[in-house]
Design a protein. Sequence first.
Length: 474
Amino acid sequence: MAKKQWGGRFAGSTDALMERLGESVSFDSRLALWDIRASRAHARMLGVRGIISPEDSRAILRGLDAIEKEVKAGKVAWDVSLEDVHTNIEAMLIARIGNAGKKLHTARSRNDQIATDVRLWLRDQIDDLLRKLRALRQALVALAEQYFHVILPGFTHLQHAQPVLFAHHLMAYHEMFSRDQERMDSCFARVNRMPLGAAALAGTPYPIDRNYVARLLGYPAVTENSIDSVSDRDTLIEFCSAAAITMMHLSRFCEELIIWATPEFQFIELPDAFCTGSSIMPQKKNPDVAELIRGKTGRVYGHLVSLLTLLKGLPLSYNRDLQEDKEPLFDCVETLRSCLRIFTALLPKLNVLQQNMTKAAEQGYTTATDLADYLTAKGVPFRTAHEIVGRIVAYGIKHGKALHEMTLEELQTFSKAITADARTCVTIEHSVRSRAARGGTAPQTVKKAINNAWKQLQKKKKSHAAAKQSVRSR
Ligand code: ARG
C-alpha cells in the first residue's frame, strides 16, 4: 500500500472501507491530462518566480512529460490507496525524479488544483458540445430545406390546430438549439477563469504569479476570491442546467418522433438502424433511439438536482462533499454528447411521409380560422365570424365533409358574406401562404428564417479551442 502524502500526523493506517469510500481516482483519472497541463504551468511559474530552482522546475517538466506519455498510452495503473488523480500523479513524479518532484506542490493545494483541472477539462468539453450543437442545427436546417413545401397539421393541445410548413416546425427546434448554443457559450465565459493560486482556501504567502499561469493555460482571467475559488461549483451547476435544457429540447423532439412514427399518425418512418424489434411480437419496430434520449433526459435532470443539493448546505470553504460533483458532471457531458451525436445522425435518415402529413393537415378543420378571417375581411365582426364558422364545422362533422369539400351553396346557407373566393381561402396552401407576418409559417418567411440560419451557421466564429491554442503551454 502506498504511503499517504498527508500521512505525517497519522499514527494509524486508513481503514479499507474508508479508503474505498474516499477514493476518487476510479473516476477522476479522466482528468489526468488536464491535471498534468495545470501542473506544468504551475511548475514553470514556480521556476520563473524563483520559488523553486530552474533545475527543479525543468526536472518536474520532464517528469510530467514522461507521465503524460504513459497516461496517453494507457499504461498507468492508478492506485486507489492514493485517493485521487492528483496524489497519484505526484507520487509517480516523485518516484521518477526524486526530491524535485516533492517541490511541485509548493504554493498550491488539491483544493485549488481540482477546481482548476475541472474547469480546464470542462472548457474542452463545452468546445466539443458547441461543435455538436452546431452540427445538429445544420442537419435541421438541411432537413427543413429538403422538405420545404411539405405541409402538416400544426397542433395545440395535440389537436389539429392550423396547417404549418414542416420546415417551420423544424425551424422551431432550430431556434431552441440556437438558444442552447448561446447558453453554453455564455457558461463557457464563466468556466474560463482560473482558480489556481487560491491554495487551500486563504491564498498563499509565496510570490506566485497567477496571471502568468493563467496565460500559459489560456485562461483570460483568474478568479478573485480564494475562499470562493475552492468552494463554489456554480459554474458546473450552470453547465448541467444548460445541458438539462438541451436534453429537454431533444426529448420533446423525440416525443414527437415517437408519436409521428405510430400507425395512427404515420408521418415518418424511422430508419431500421436506429430501431429494435420485440422478442415476442414479430411485427414490432420500436423507436428506441427516441425513447432512450427521452429517458436519458431524466438522468441529466437528476445530475443537476444532485449538484444543487450537494452545495446547498455546505459551509465555506472546501468540504470533501465536493468530490461528489464529478460523477454527475462527467455523466452529464457524456450523455449530452452521445445524444447530440446520435440525434444528428438520425435526422437525415428520417423517412418523411409527406403525403400522410398533407392529408392529415387537411383533416380536422385546420383552416376554420382562415374562413373566420375571410368573413372578418368582409366586414363581419370576428366574434360573429367565429360563431358562424363554428356552426359550419358542426355541420361538416355531421355530414362527414371537410371545409374544402363543401359547395359554395352549402357555405352560403351559413352567411351571405361568403362568395366563391371562400373556397380557395380554406385550402391548406392558402392558409400557410397567408401567414406572412414576421415569424409566421408562410413559405417566404420560412425561407428567410432558413437563409438567416445558414448565414449564422456559416459565420466563422473563432472557436474557443482556437483561442486557447494560441496561448497553450508547450
Ligand atoms: N479528490 C478531491 C476532490 O475531488 C480533491 C481535493 C481534495 N482535497 C482535500 N482537502 N482532501 O474534491
